[in-house]
Design a protein around this ligand. Structure first.
Ligand code: SF4
Length: 190
């Protein structure tokens, strides 16, 4: 069965895509299975915040059997915390610290890494919970996802999860998920 690596930016953005994908995975033979959440976010600072978001995702995954009975899930937290990679890449490009360039760099870093990981594991495709957020630059995420897919040779699954925004917010509130007030980087809110 085709496996999907799901890059996760944070738990509030993951709850809707993750539960939907898992439901379909259980109910439709031939659909992506397994769904493999993967946490790689060198943009998040400071480290305490990174840990808070990581722990919130661990909590969400512990609740999955209640949200999607029968679903079996293992989240991958193995990617290292490497904010220097984000900062060095931003600093190395003209206007790299300014939006929208900075966000493009940020998406590229995370999505290319997700594509490489999916390819390494022999998965059919990769996707990202960034596609759920109404606060992110959706068109840039799509462009960078498809670029990474082309470069690495693995499919980018580009569903527009924003349609489930309200449902995701409700689910997150019910679970009491930690909900951060900003995107993640030291440069400012987004
Ligand atoms: S505002 Fe968000 S998307 Fe943009 S560079 Fe910072 S962390 Fe990345």
């Amino acid at each position: 069965m085709p496996a999907l690596l799901l890059h996760v930016c944070c738990a509030p953005c993951a709850v809707l895509p993750l539960t939907e994908l898992l439901r379909r995975s259980l109910g439709s033979p031939g659909y992506f299975n397994p769904i493999y959440p993967w946490f790689y976010n060198p943009n998040i600072q400071p480290k305490e915040e990174f840990i808070r978001r990581r722990d919130a995702l661990a909590f969400l995954c512990s609740q999955i059997p209640l949200l999607v009975p029968g679903a079996d899930i293992a989240v991958d937290f193995s990617p290292p915390y490497e904010p220097h990679v984000f900062l060095e890449t931003v600093a190395s490009e003209p206007d790299g610290a300014l939006e929208p360039k900075r966000c493009q760099i940020c998406y590229r870093l995370r999505l290319k890494a997700a594509a490489i990981e999916a390819h390494k594991r022999g998965f059919e495709a990769f996707s990202t919970t960034l596609l759920y957020s109404r606060r992110q630059k959706h068109d840039l995420i799509l462009a960078e996802g498809h670029l990474a897919a082309q470069e690495i040779g693995v499919k980018f699954y580009d569903e527009d999860f924003r349609q489930g925004w309200s449902k995701g917010v409700e689910l997150g509130k019910k679970l009491g998920l930690y909900r951060q007030r900003w995107c993640g980087c030291v440069y400012g809110a987004s």
